[in-house]
Design a protein around this ligand. Structure first.
Ligand SMILES: [Zn+2]
Length: 183
């Protein structure tokens, strides 16, 4: 996996890119929860589920189907007044779908572990992107607070932090020059 820091950086940029004023505390808590939620499958390692199993790490919870389910459910928590099926509901659903899917997207750019089962439960094939510049993060806090963990942070700063910073700068410039932002 990419580390918590990498996932949070990308999700923060996605949230800040929204024009819709959803920037209340609950929105941000749910944004951060969604970008980290796919790694709930790490619990499977404790329960003895093999990494390569569809319920194993980077399996079903990293899939597009899982992200879709999250996207459908979370808008009601983010904004309880939203009515299912309305345009604001779908905008919010797509947003939380993309935030959840961003987790697997970053994991597929890492240089270790198994690939991502993007098409589970229909296809359990694991996928990586052709370019994998991000150093894979060790599992567990003790492993992360180490020289290896520092290397991962540096890698994420370069490959996630810099693009995210440039993106946020562009969003700001577009808004300051009269653009309406994204979407
Ligand atoms: Zn992951």
């Amino acid at each position: 996996m990419a580390s918590v820091v990498g996932h949070v950086m990308l999700a923060y940029a996605m949230g800040k890119s929204l024009r819709t004023p959803l920037h209340i505390a609950r929105f941000w808590w749910l944004t951060m929860a969604c970008c980290l939620l796919p790694d709930v499958d790490v619990l499977g390692l404790v329960l003895g589920i093999p990494y390569e199993h569809i319920l194993g790490h980077r399996g079903l919870t990293h899939s597009m189907m899982f992200a879709m389910l999250v996207g459908l459910v979370v808008p009601r928590w983010a904004t309880p007044t939203l009515v299912f099926g309305t345009r604001p509901y779908w905008v919010s659903a797509v947003y939380f779908f993309l935030v959840t899917l961003s987790h697997g997207f970053l994991d597929a750019l890492t240089n270790g572990g198994l690939g991502i089962a993007f098409f589970a439960p229909f296809d359990s094939t694991r996928y990586f992107f052709p370019l994998r510049p991000i150093a894979v993060s060790p599992i567990g806090l003790s492993a992360f607070v180490s020289q290896e963990g520092m290397g991962v942070l540096l890698s994420e700063l370069v490959w996630i932090g810099i693009p995210v910073g440039v993106w946020l700068w562009c969003v700001r410039v577009i808004r300051n020059t009269g653009g309406k932002g994204i979407p």
